[in-house]
Design a protein around this ligand. Sequence first.
Ligand code: MSP
Length: 508
Amino acid sequence: MSQKTTFITTPIYYISGEPHIGHVYTTIAADVLRRTALTRGSAFLLTGTDEHGQKVAAAAAAAGISPQAWTDALVPRWQALTTRFGVVCDDFIRTTEERHQRVVVAVFEALKARGEVYLGTYEGWYCTNDETFWLEAKLVDGRCPNPECRREVQWISEQNWFFSLAKYRDRLLAYYRANPHWLKPQSVWNEMYAAIESGLEDLCISRSNVSWGVPLPDSRVMYVWLDALLNYISAIGYGVDPSRFEAYWPADVQLIGKDIARFHAIIWPALLWALDLPLPRLVYAHGWLTVDGQKMSKSRGNVVNPFALADRFGADAVRYFLLREAAFGSDFSYSEQKILQRYVSDLGNDLGNLVHRSLAMLAKYRDSLVPAIAPSSLVLPAQHLGERVYEAFAGLQFREGLDAVWELVSGLNRLIDERKPWALAKAGEDAALDALLYEICEGLRWIALCLEPIMPEKARAMWQQLGLAGEPTGSWAELLQWGLLPPGTRTVPGAPLFPRLLDDVPVA
Ligand code: MSP
């Protein structure tokens, strides 16, 4: 099957400080998309770091080192974050890399040659925190109008390059109407449509008195947002390796937080059109992790350290929690109490206990050997599970996909409670016990496969405990067939999947 590789991107993260779990939220979702796509074909996940701009330069200056030394020192921390959470990135791009910078310059030259940019004077305000130009009329009480920011803005008056964004208004509106699903969720689509309708200004795309950026041929540097957006095409060889570029572009899913929708849903499409490139198939703007109703952010001081969280609950439990607790797309209020609750009930009591007691019974009654296959009462309910889970995960409905998997988890727990293997063993009903034990183990194999995109490490542990060779990965069309668990397989009961936490107080 020669299917195009599913190309998934995350925003590239500002490297002005330490990562928090809000950052890892987007990257984990991208990893789930990647793993889901791999069950049908090939996938490529791109992430990276946004290293230029005044904000990064200021952070470096405060630390008394050069911006390059600052970013070099911080990048490993961001890369370690992906590894810590089991995220497999096919590429990690840094905007300070030569392969990126030369594409930025080439794009600038191309825009110039096409008459898409012109020199003008930018007189107005600039918010360094958001790296955004603001016209006087937009300010709120003389401050940055972004409600999440509201910082002081800085007056700038510079001769700069402008991108002719305003002329794309009608084309954007027509595109939005013709492609109601290119930008999700609907709330963000509506907001962006209204913003375009109310009129667009040409965009200043260079900085004159800033040195930490991609140098343009005329001593200015590229505006950091244009520099950053171009990572999505520089990483896949735009202008350098056309066949590689065409193998990936357009991106299938560009994941962003809703805070940066304007850049990805207004400026980015116009820029792509200016270069005669097709638009991504889907831009998906998820909601925020909030704490007490406030967006989690470094400046609010309400951030949660992702490394500490992974140390306490395990990376997979955090992945599960982030994608099960709230619908992807809406905000959700984070609390440690909620993650603890999910850990104890869904993971420990429902799933962990199911695996543990199933394999313990198999050990007790059948010396850990999977019995011969027998007709199953679960075949029908499980039949469409793979499709349901695939559609849900690939469609960014992670919670719904997990609900479907949990139907099987609960179904198996119910089956054990109702059919009581211990009673069958006592009554010497061997055939019925064989059938039941097979059914349960085969159900566990399905659960491991379906959970792999969300909890890769735990799925692997389940796979190993089931005594299966290889990994719980591969084509779901082939693997999710009822009855593939080979009779005679020796299971290997192991450590509990979700051990009790030392400080695991009962949660009301
Ligand atoms: N560097 C720019 C993006 C350039 S992409 C061409 C940027 N970086 S950022 O580090 O400030 O934020 C990047 C992303 O982190 C957000 O869009 C979002 O995906 C994620 N999040 C940051 N804080 C978050 C929450 N509190 N909650 C959920 N996601 C959050 O903007």
